[in-house]
Design a protein around this ligand. Structure first.
Ligand SMILES: Cc1cc2nc3c(=O)[nH]c(=O)nc-3n(C[C@H](O)[C@H](O)[C@H](O)COP(=O)(O)OP(=O)(O)OC[C@H]3O[C@@H](n4cnc5c(N)ncnc54)[C@H](O)[C@@H]3O)c2cc1C
Length: 402
């Protein structure tokens, strides 16, 4: 299998500027934000890019080794404070997601699930003992976390979940099945959401607990460089202390999802940028009818339209990041960002694929890999339709989910 042959510095020699340089995007970032961005980009180029096509083809990643490397890099739970987390601002976290997703959405998914779903749930809603036990090890990437909300029959509507947690003396007994759980079969700890007599509660479940199993889901055509699993909870007995004490109800998992969606708003800009830079480079060097295909107006229209949309997506992500750092971001704002940026990224990936012609369907180039990955990103963390309904409700005041 050829390695991903995109050169490390993919800036086409004959191209005057990179797409995002058209608006001098760097001038909108602080020195520290640029430094974090550059460090993650370098890590991606050196450690991930040479391997990613092979991981995608094999349908797996060396999760444990990768998680330790990402922990050393400082990106796991990097926007959280304390407990050995880096404590950066939200924009820096977003930029890290962008650079990781420029390599592959699967790698960004690992980081999102670890930091924004599993760690955030414990950080925000956990007991001090739960935080001390798990967060430092998860920040270092020594422990991997997963987040079990979706079920086979309840995806967009998690309120209907069938997984239950029943009291048995002072213990809890968890019973049910979760579906499509990123990192599930490699996780050391699962944050599992279940119905109790008091409503939905979160549980911190060490994956070695008897009755817990996590079969890997095979045959994925998307997000292949990511591990996705089922979680089977077969009368898993947990102590009283396993429950996340600070939250009851759907607000718990939804608060985590907003965090993870925020990373996606930035992340997919990276996937789109990688596709666009690849397509520009290819179009400049590929000749047909005795001239570079970049010299055809139809190709330039595609490239120009994508450059405009990429720029708008980046500005939207940055604005939402700044709002988050100001503490005024709303779930609707994040929904708007996710809806727009994923939609534009997947469109860009498909259009870039056309520019690469036949070569575009291979793993030699990243564009169809990104396009396929983005199919998952379009669906997880709230589907395109659900985010449309969120915005529809925000502007009309009328919920249209049912
Ligand atoms: C690769 C991958 C990784 C994932 N990782 C995780 C994870 O780590 N943890 C986790 O808990 N989950 C995870 N998920 C699950 C993901 O969040 C769900 O797939 C998603 O919420 C959609 O649920 P569903 O697949 O059951 O689709 P459904 O909810 O069945 O939706 C099917 C279609 O119906 C549409 N639809 C549903 N309701 C409405 C409505 N009211 N109006 C209009 N259209 C509607 C949807 O938009 C969609 O187009 C992952 C999924 C994938 C693919």
């Amino acid at each position: 299998m050829p390695k991903d042959s995109k050169p490390k510095d993919s800036k086409p020699k004959d191209s005057p500027i990179r797409p995002l340089d058209l608006i001098a995007a760097d001038s909108l970032l602080t020195e520290e934000e640029r430094a974090i961005r550059d460090t993650v980009r370098q890590f991606g180029d050196d450690q991930l890019r040479p391997e990613i096509a092979r991981w995608f083809e094999d349908g797996t990643i060396p999760a444990r080794e990768l998680s330790r490397q990402l922990g050393s890099l400082g990106v796991l739970g990097m926007h959280l404070s304390g407990y050995d987390c880096a404590g950066t601002n939200a924009v820096s976290y977003g930029l890290a997601c962008l650079e990781l997703e420029a390599v592959d959405s699967g790698i960004r998914s690992l980081v999102s699930v670890q930091g924004s779903l599993a760690m955030f749930a414990i950080w925000k809603w956990g007991s001090e003992a739960q935080k001390q036990e798990w967060l430092p090890a998860m920040a270092r990437g020594e422990s991997i976390g997963c987040f079990g909300l979706t079920e086979p029959d309840f995806g967009s509507n998690p309120a209907g979940m069938r997984t239950t947690a029943k009291r048995d003396g002072s213990d809890w007994i968890l019973r049910g099945t979760k579906m499509w759980i990123t990192n599930g079969s490699v996780a050391d700890v699962a944050v599992v959401w279940a119905n109790t007599d008091d409503g939905i509660r979160g549980f911190v479940v060490p994956t070695g607990t008897p009755g817990f199993s996590a079969p890997t889901i095979k045959g994925k055509l998307s997000l292949r460089a990511s591990i996705t699993s089922e979680l089977v909870l077969d009368d898993v007995r947990l102590p009283e202390t396993a429950v996340l004490p600070e939250v009851t109800g759907l607000k718990g998992p939804l608060s985590c999802l907003v965090e993870a969606r925020f990373g996606i708003v930035f992340g997919v800009v990276g996937a789109a940028r990688d596709c666009l830079e690849t397509a520009i480079d290819y179009a400049i060097h590929r000749e047909q009818f005795d001239k570079p295909i970049a010299g055809f107006q139809l190709t330039q229209k595609k490239l120009a339209d994508m450059t405009v949309e990429l720029t708008k997506s980046f500005l939207l992500a940055l604005h939402i990041g700044r709002q988050k750092d100001e503490g005024v971001v709303t779930p609707e704002m994040v929904s708007l960002g996710k809806l727009n940026n994923v939609r534009e990224a997947i469109k860009a990936a498909r259009d870039c694929r056309t520019i690469l012609g036949g070569n575009g369907i291979t793993l030699e180039y990243p564009v169809l890999r990104h396009a396929n990955n983005l199919e998952s990103v379009l669906t997880y963390e709230g589907t395109e339709e659900i985010h449309t309904l969120v915005i529809g409700q925000a502007v009309t005041g009328i919920p249209a989910y049912r």
